[in-house]
Design a protein. Sequence first.
Length: 167
Amino acid sequence: TRDKMPPVKGDILVHAVESKEGQPIRMADLSEKLVRAWPMGKDEDGNSIIRKGDPNNILAVYRFPKGQIQAPTNLEATVEGEIVVYSDVCTHAGCSVADDDQRAGAMKCPCHSGQYDPKQGCKVIGGPPPRPLAQLPVRLDGENLVVGDFFLQNPYPFNEAEWEARK
Ligand code: FES
């Protein structure tokens, strides 16, 4: 069903946190603190549907001051080099990655302390993850943050075949 589909080009990013679930994410909501998001698309009847049926669809959204986001982040896939979106599924064993409380602007996985740098393509900067968090291309459409394309890297920790089939 469509709530289980991975992010589709044109999907709107909406808040995932329970108190705001389904509300479109606005520029003003974003900062160097992680904002969790779901992609929201349309069902068969044209009604909005949050794609939260697959936990692999959970996303991490950040906004950094201009100039801070660097390679290997794909800057073309950010909004003006300021807003960047990644899969929030740890590439080690699939836990949802959070902000690193000890280190501003870095991410830390609560399961086995994997660390990632969201300003540098979410490269691994500590712990066991085998590869970066996958970057999701986004763009601004009016006030909405929308999916520009599919993930640039494999977002599925356990499923190379699914990635091979989708990319
Ligand atoms: Fe994230 Fe193990 S699941 S470090």
